[in-house]
Design a protein around this ligand. Structure first.
Ligand code: 5GP
Length: 201
């Protein structure tokens, strides 16, 4: 006889939202959490932003065109969508639902707009915002990546300042983590996630 698992039998399935401005070490922390927790799954978003050399299609994002994004949005395929720096981003609903019903830890690396939207729909999600030690450090990190021109860096820096202010104001985040030391931040993120999962059991 096959036993059927209901969505409510999730053991400790949990949605983990990780946000933070670019240059704060968010992706490194997210990927470390994904590797350290055996049942963690990273949600691969769809985006219209152009693929960079650092991106792997289907691993970092599903890179799709504007028309396809709008079609999929109209078809209800996204749990949430946002426009960030002029590009569209969306979390695909089906994998999130499938993984949560299996009791997995589903990780969403999304911006503040997305976090607000998801927390509104799924209040049991645990939302973590990564902060830089200071604004000066953030600007220095954005510059050290040597990925973009100064004008782009300044634009990203302004965006980051706005995001930090909104994250603190909006009430969507359960925890804030200052990334002053990567190893310590990873351990701290793992500790917070473990505690949140135990509390939701
Ligand atoms: P980037 O282009 O630097 O990879 O991402 C830009 C911003 O979009 C980051 O803050 C990232 O976390 C966010 N982002 C990535 N995927 C999604 C998504 O599916 N939904 C939302 N709301 N934001 C996303």
């Amino acid at each position: 006889m096959t036993t059927h698992r209901l969505a409510t039998d999730t053991d400790n399935g949990m949605l983990l939202i990780i946000s933070g401005p670019s240059g704060v070490g968010k992706t490194t922390i997210t990927r470390a959490v994904e590797r350290s927790i055996p049942d963690a799954v990273f949600s691969v978003s769809a985006t219209t932003r152009p693929k960079t050399e650092a991106d792997v299609d289907g691993v970092d994002y599903h890179f799709i065109g504007e028309q396809e994004f709008l079609r999929r949005e109209a078809a209800g395929e996204f749990l949430e969508t946002a426009v960030y720096a002029g590009n569209r981003y969306g979390t695909l609903r089906a994998p999130v639902e499938a993984q949560l019903s299996r009791g997995r830890l589903m990780i969403l690396e999304i911006d503040v707009q997305g976090a607000k939207s998801v927390k509104g729909k799924m209040p049991g999600a645990f939302a973590l915002f990564i902060l830089p030690p200071s604004e000066d450090v953030l600007l220095a990190r954005l510059r050290s990546r040597k990925r973009e021109a100064e004008e782009v860096i300044q634009r990203r820096f302004k965006l980051a300042q706005g995001e930090i202010a909104e994250a603190k104001r909006c009430g969507a985040y359960d925890a804030f983590l200052v990334n002053d030391d990567l190893d310590r931040s990873i351990s701290e993120a793992l500790r917070m996630v473990g505690e949140a999962r135990r509390a939701r059991r």
